[in-house]
Design a protein around this ligand. Structure first.
Ligand SMILES: Cc1ncc(COP(=O)(O)O)c(C=O)c1O
Length: 441
């Protein structure tokens, strides 16, 4: 689970899962669940895939893990080559880990180590965005503009500067759509200047916000604009693609959509599709060369960095995605999925926005479509819909808080890339039925 939602929508007991098959999970009571959100947007090729299981088993039969800092392995090298192929020749470094939080944590540490290596030792400060989530370790949580998850840890978190969310549906300060990108870019620039560029290590952002906003793609041109500002002030750009990357948005890198390269990118969830925990942090040759020249090695290692069986799982998942052209499928079928969801929910005045791309869609519910007034937080609408969908045999991912003060109800849809057309149709039907049961009881 993503360790941050009420467990099981407040059900008396959690269903006990005994079997998975493709897009479905089955419990001891014989109930089946269509995994319409790939759990927390992770299970990108469904459950119990025989090819992936065979690759894992074959690896385990040979050996589970050759310690990364003493040995290399075929699966590690092949996976590394495959990942770097998505980034192009300027990117030659991957460090592996076991989760999205750790991938972000490594991204932060690579940035700090880079500036230290370059002798710019005052560059220690990070800028992040409101309504963002980067993980649950102290560093990653420090970057997260997510009050609900930070609260018990405040005052022990890193001192981070937050700029506005890039949310076209709820633009900060009510800025007009045509001015949004320029306004956000100006805000970032003003913050960098106020802190002092010589103190700013990096700006971190989710190209498409996940759990903190209920799928919020940055407006077109935003990534280019923040890239240009980071270049102007010698600030590194970190893309957190833990949720939106690895094909989920219909391009392997979410930022492929914008033709922008971040200096450092964090991926996880879909990388090994949930078969074995695996995350990775990818960074440029320029960063790697500076660090290696000054320090000899990248200081982000963990015991299980590059765990062989995790790499075998990741390689098997990614090869299936390549062979079956699943990223292309996500791009094309994602457009149909979005319009089908829009059409199925059209009759509900409370549906304010259906957004996202590929198989990463967010639906935001409002009291009033014109004013976008959210439902009161106490109503817990998104969780009620999530729970009803669950009871109807559909797993989706409810989020709250996109509108601030705990308000703003959204549901994330993120099906497996290899879900069939019939399964996608079932997803939309069950979602519309569940929304109807909650809104029109
Ligand atoms: C954008 C983003 N970054 C980081 C994380 C943390 O990943 P994990 O839960 O695997 O540690 C998440 C988890 O939901 C995420 O959505």
């Amino acid at each position: 689970m993503s360790a941050h939602r009420p467990i099981g929508f407040g059900l008396d007991h959690l269903p006990r899962i005994v079997r998975g098959e493709g897009s479905y999970l089955f419990d001891t009571e014989g109930r089946q669940y269509l995994d319409g959100s790939g759990g927390p947007a992770a299970f990108c090729i469904g459950h119990a895939n025989r090819e992936v299981n065979a690759a894992i088993t074959a690896q385990l039969e040979r050996f589970a893990c050759a310690y990364r800092y003493l040995f290399t392995t075929d699966v590690l090298e092949e996976l590394t080559e495959l990942i770097l192929g998505k980034f192009g020749p300027d990117f030659g470094h991957v460090v592996y880990c076991c989760s999205g939080s750790e991938a972000v944590e490594s991204a932060l540490k690579v940035a700090l180590q880079f500036w230290h290596a370059r002798g710019l030792r005052d560059k220690r400060h990070f800028i992040a965005r409101e309504r963002s989530y980067h993980g649950n370790t102290l560093g990653a949580l420090s970057m997260s503009g997510f009050a609900e998850r930070r609260l018990p840890f405040e005052s022990s978190l890193l001192d981070v500067t937050f700029v506005s969310a890039a949310n076209a549906y709820r633009p900060a300060g009510g800025v007009a759509p045509a001015e949004l990108v320029a306004t956000l870019a100006a805000e970032l620039e003003e913050r960098i200047r106020r802190i002092g560029p010589e103190r700013v290590a990096a700006f971190i952002f989710e190209p498409v916000v996940g759990a903190a906003g209920g799928v919020v793609p940055a407006p077109p041109g935003y990534a280019e604009a923040v890239r240009a500002i980071c270049d102007r002030y010698d600030v590194l750009l970190i893309a957190d693609e833990v949720m939106c990357g690895a094909g989920r948005c219909g391009t392997w890198r979410a930022l492929d959509h914008e033709t922008v390269r971040a200096d450092i990118t964090a991926v996880a969830k879909g990388l090994a599709g949930g078969y074995i925990p695996l995350g990775a942090t990818i960074f440029s040759n320029a960063i790697g060369a500076a660090i290696v020249a000054a320090h000899g090695t990248i200081l982000t290692g963990h015991t299980y960095s590059g765990h062989t069986t995790a790499c075998a799982a990741g390689l098997a998942v990614q090869r299936i995605i390549e062979r079956d052209e699943l990223v292309k499928r996500v791009a094309v079928a994602g457009r149909t999925l979005k319009s089908t969801v829009q059409a199925a929910l059209e009759r509900f005045e409370e549906v304010g926005d259906v957004r996202g791309r590929g198989y990463f869609l967010g639906i935001e519910f409002v009291r009033d479509r014109i004013t976008k007034e959210p439902f009161p937080a106490q109503r817990g609408l998104s969780h009620e819909i999530g729970r009803r969908a669950f009871e109807n045999g559909l797993i989706c991912y409810p989020c709250a808080g996109n509108a601030g003060n705990g308000m703003g109800d959204t549901i994330i849809i993120a099906p497996p890339f290899n879900a069939t057309d019939a399964e996608l149709a079932e997803l939309v039907d069950k979602l519309a039925k569940s929304v109807g049961q909650v809104l029109r009881p």
